[in-house]
Design a protein around this ligand. Structure first.
Ligand code: IMP
Length: 195
């Protein structure tokens, strides 16, 4: 089975290749596709679907597209679907700074990371897989590994922020890993049925 993974992010590609060795994963770099797609959806599912539908129509291949972000309860769901471009510059440092400013004086610091994967199969049918991890927003950055909001996202069960975890540790519990795991079980079931 050949699937187009609608991403340029090598980190995501190696994660999925590792998890699904029986599937041939083709990426946007492999097909040299530089199209810019506007993620205009109001939800993570809508944005994942916008990307998946676009590439499915373009390449007529089964497609996976994902959309992720951080949702903070006390900020009415901010940064949410705007996670990548929360601050004007959109740099990780500026996004984190803005989040800390908005959270100043807020004691309820619950948040979750979410990933929604949209998979369009070779019949054009859409399937959705969601992964979530809950935690709290710290009052200052802690840890240096990972990316994005990792230094501000504290996972109580591990007593660490995402940025204080090794990549292997984070990849076992992250929102992306949980969504990918669900997708993996779904695909493996299809393989077993077709055997
Ligand atoms: P994407 O949809 O996976 O590209 O994620 C959108 C944005 O959400 C990223 O630019 C980050 O700001 C944030 N984000 C998503 N996943 C993570 C994560 O695992 N750690 C930290 N930030 C994340």
């Amino acid at each position: 089975m050949k699937i187009l993974f609608a991403t340029h992010n090598n980190h995501k590609v190696s994660e999925i290749k590792n998890m699904l060795p029986e599937v041939t994963i083709v990426t946007l770099d492999d097909v040299q596709d530089e199209d810019e797609i506007e993620e205009t959806g109001l939800t993570f599912s809508e944005n994942a679907a916008i990307k998946a539908r676009y590439y499915y129509q373009k390449y007529h291949l089964p497609v996976i597209a994902d959309d992720s972000g951080l949702v903070v309860t006390a900020l009415n769901g901010e940064p949410g679907v705007h996670s990548a471009r929360y601050s004007p510059s959109g740099s990780y440092a500026a996004n984190n700074q803005l989040l800390l400013e908005r959270m100043a004086n807020i004691s309820h610091r619950e948040a979750y990371f979410i990933t929604v994967i949209c998979f369009i199969d070779n019949f054009g049918k859409e399937h959705y897989f969601t992964g979530k991890i809950t935690g709290t927003i710290t009052k200052e950055e802690k840890g240096t590994s990972g990316f994005g909001y990792d230094p501000l996202f504290y996972v109580p069960e591990f007593r660490k922020t995402f940025a204080e975890m090794s990549l292997a540790e984070k990849n076992k519990i992250s929102h992306r890993a949980l969504a990918l795991n669900q997708f993996k079980y779904y695909i493996q079931n299809i393989f077993q049925k077709n055997r």
